[in-house]
Design a protein around this ligand. Structure first.
Ligand code: SAH
Length: 224
């Protein structure tokens, strides 16, 4: 699998990390034989684990060097979080569907205990990613793996100056965007946006959309 990824990404650290994380451990048992094929695969609750090339492209776009604190929105199976955990010191991953968060947490803990993964810190948080994860903000990098229809401003607020965010944006037609926040001089809220490639992710949803009766917290930014 990693050999074929060499065609899409160059960063040796990303290729190494992906070589170390056993994707089959994050895939439902019945689909394990397809774990190392370059295709997205269904996980529970109608969600999907992204194709390996998309994981590689998004991870490389964050330009990580090792000391970063990274926030992921959309834990899903936990695979992307595991890849990040092999690359940086601290990973926080927010998942809105409690059952998925729980399974991902367990998969990650088991693999760590067995010595398969060596991450220092991966925290899986059950919650609404539109609000980011304020307790550990600001982040050097943010990766969003579900698609909102518009850029969630609160996530940009939780990026450090000079920080990067990769995020699919759109409805049916989505674009993977790379956001870079201004380094300091001038407007601290300024950022640039670059489109990487067209993509297709599951939608980013609000708690109300999946029938969570909890009221939205203050200061949320929800594009609906
Ligand atoms: N990165 C995952 C795949 C993500 S699929 C992996 O490596 O397996 C997208 C995930 O985003 C789904 O699990 C979905 O439940 C979650 N999601 C959707 N809207 C969300 C929100 N507002 N906050 C947090 N997670 C959300």
């Amino acid at each position: 699998m990693v050999e074929s990824l060499r065609e899409v990404v160059k960063d040796p650290r990303v290729l190494d990390a992906m070589g170390r994380v056993p994707r089959h451990e994050f895939v439902p048992k019945a689909l394990r034989s397809r774990s190392y094929v370059n295709t997205p695969l269904p996980i529970r609750e109608n969600q999907t684990i992204s194709a390996p090339d998309i994981v590689a492209i998004m991870t490389e776009a964050l330009a990580l060097t090792g000391s970063e604190r990274v926030l992921e929105i959309g834990t899903g199976s936990g695979y992307q979080a595991a890849v990040l955990g092999e690359l940086v010191n601290e990973v926080y991953s927010v998942e809105i569907r409690p059952a998925l968060a729980e399974t991902a947490r367990k998969t990650l803990e088991d693999l760590r205990r067995e010595g398969v993964l060596r991450y220092r810190k991966i925290d899986v948080i059950t919650g609404d990613g539109y609000q980011g994860h304020p307790p550990a903000a600001p982040y050097d990098a943010i990766i969003v793996t579900a698609a909102p229809t518009q850029l969630p401003v609160e996530l940009i607020n939780q990026l450090k100056p000079g920080g990067r965010m990769v995020i699919p944006v759109g409805d049916f037609y989505q674009e993977l965007q790379l956001i870079e926040k201004a380094r300091s001089a001038g407007d601290p809220k300024a950022f640039t946006t670059r489109t990487i490639i067209p993509v297709r992710f599951v939608p980013m949803v609000s708690p109300e959309e999946i029938g969570d009766p909890r009221p939205a917290g203050a200061g949320t930014n929800r594009p609906r």
